[in-house]
Design a protein around this ligand. Structure first.
Ligand code: ZN
Length: 444
């Protein structure tokens, strides 16, 4: 069934609701494994029936091994006077992610080997991790670090690194067809807003919305720790993902006020690349589209590794490392807004609507033009005033529906948004002048 695009008014309240869920998720200390991930998935389950999967530490996933699980109760530094100067309970970014347990006294110079700050951003706590090399450390504002005086400091980290699991969530929303659209987000960052949890909340809300829509495609929504989670997920679902992924998007950075930015799939001309470009062109005044590159970004790097080469792009607002608040305590709830989240929701919803609408039709009267008047096609469409315009659409769709070009290509040739062709397609299908090509999902 052909749909028009989604009107913005449908999302009046969604931004506020998304912001509310982000505020609930924000304080949790997450990492690539551990209770923070489970707690996060539990909150997301309020919106979406997520299946929770646990992969044991030590499991091989392609060239990687699932690490031991990390959990932390408390961490702090006491200064020579016994005053708590760095406190994990005040901000979980203070702890270097995956810090091993310690309980020591040391001098300032010994302590400084374990302290991390940003001299160029003295008011920000940096976000740092050490997943694969055992270390301990604290992150703090540079303005606080330079104030530390000589003396003996007490350091306590009450953490555990032990065999456990890597946890992820998934939700498959079945459609008329087996072919799948992937929406992938990551849930491994501690208290930062735009990075990580904005994408997770957007994915949950989009899933809830998609479930209410008539769907041609099935939707695979996954909530995973970045990198190792995507690698583990792909190793568990390799055959299915290779065979059935029609299109996909990785999402993050969707709550800030930056322009939208789409990073194409490695293929560069897959259907999701064309759909994203078309939708952004007609929906947005300012946006950026960039070719695929493998050295920075998120889990599109795994989906677009040469063995998979899936048609999956990355759609964000500000890009990775592309804003000063990135990976610091300044990426907080005041850096994101309900309005920005609602705009992101709306753009994603439109992209899914274009994906759903785009298909290949075959003209049933290939030799010369069909006689439109005897099928009463003019009078059924619109007012007298726009009959010429409607007739033009019919003729373009008929001529280019040769079984090779999809509706998106025809809209591009005409220079109109695909949503404007919806009524004409309905009429041409109703009168039998075009039929959908079968099997439908052959162009990715
Ligand atoms: Zn990040």
């Amino acid at each position: 069934m052909v749909n028009k695009l989604v009107p913005l008014t449908e999302f009046d309240k969604v931004g506020d609701e998304m912001y509310g869920m982000m505020a609930e998720l924000f304080p949790i200390c997450r990492s690539i494994t551990g209770e923070g991930v489970r707690q996060t998935l539990k909150i997301l389950q309020k919106r979406l029936p997520l299946k929770i999967v646990e992969i044991p530490s030590g499991t091989l996933a392609f060239d990687w091994t699932i690490p031991e699980e990390w959990n932390i109760n408390d961490a702090y530094i006491l200064d020579p006077d016994g005053k708590k100067i760095v406190d994990f309970k005040k901000n979980n970014l203070h702890i270097l992610g995956y810090s091993e347990p310690v309980d020591v006294k040391l001098t300032l110079s010994e302590l400084k080997r374990h302290l991390y700050s940003l001299p160029e951003q003295p008011d920000a706590i940096p976000y740092l991790t050490s997943y694969y090399k055992k270390r301990w450390g604290f992150c703090l504002c540079h303005k606080d670090l330079i104030k530390l005086k000589e003396g003996i400091y007490t350091v306590k980290i009450d953490s555990k690194i032990e065999p456990g699991c890597l946890t992820f969530g998934e939700c498959i929303i079945p459609g008329e067809e087996d072919e799948e659209v992937l929406l992938s987000c990551y849930i491994c960052h501690p208290s930062m807003a735009n990075d990580s949890i904005s994408g997770a909340v957007l994915t949950a809300f989009l899933g809830q919305w998609l479930a209410t829509k008539k769907r041609r495609f099935s939707y695979r929504l996954i909530f995973i720790p970045e990198t190792i989670g995507a690698i583990a997920y792909l190793s568990l679902n390799k055959d299915r993902m290779l065979a059935k992924t029609y299109a996909g998007l990785v999402t993050s950075f969707v709550g800030d006020s930056g322009f939208f930015r789409y990073k194409k799939s490695r293929r560069g001309n897959s259907v999701i690349d064309r759909v994203a470009e078309h939708t952004m062109k007609y929906r947005l005044q300012n946006y950026k589209i960039v070719d695929y590159y493998p050295h920075l970004g998120s889990d599109e790097r795994q989906y677009c590794s040469p063995g998979f080469n899936l048609p999956v792009g990355l759609l964000t607002r500000s890009p990775y490392m592309g804003y000063p608040e990135y990976h610091t305590s300044l990426d907080n709830m005041s850096f994101v807004s309900a309005k920005n989240l609602a705009e992101s929701f709306s753009l994603y919803a439109d992209i899914f609507s274009v994906l759903e609408m785009n298909r290949i039709y075959v003209n049933q009267v290939m030799f010369c033009e069909p006689q439109l008047s005897k099928r009463d096609l003019y009078s059924t469409l619109g007012s007298q005033k726009n009959q010429a315009e409607e007739r033009l659409k019919l003729q373009w769709i008929l001529n280019y529906s040769d079984g090779n070009l999809d509706l998106l290509s025809i809209a591009e040739k005409m220079g109109v948004p695909i949503g404007e062709l919806g009524d004409a397609v309905v009429e041409l299908v109703r009168t039998g002048l075009i039929k959908e090509k079968s099997p439908p999902c052959q162009q990715r």
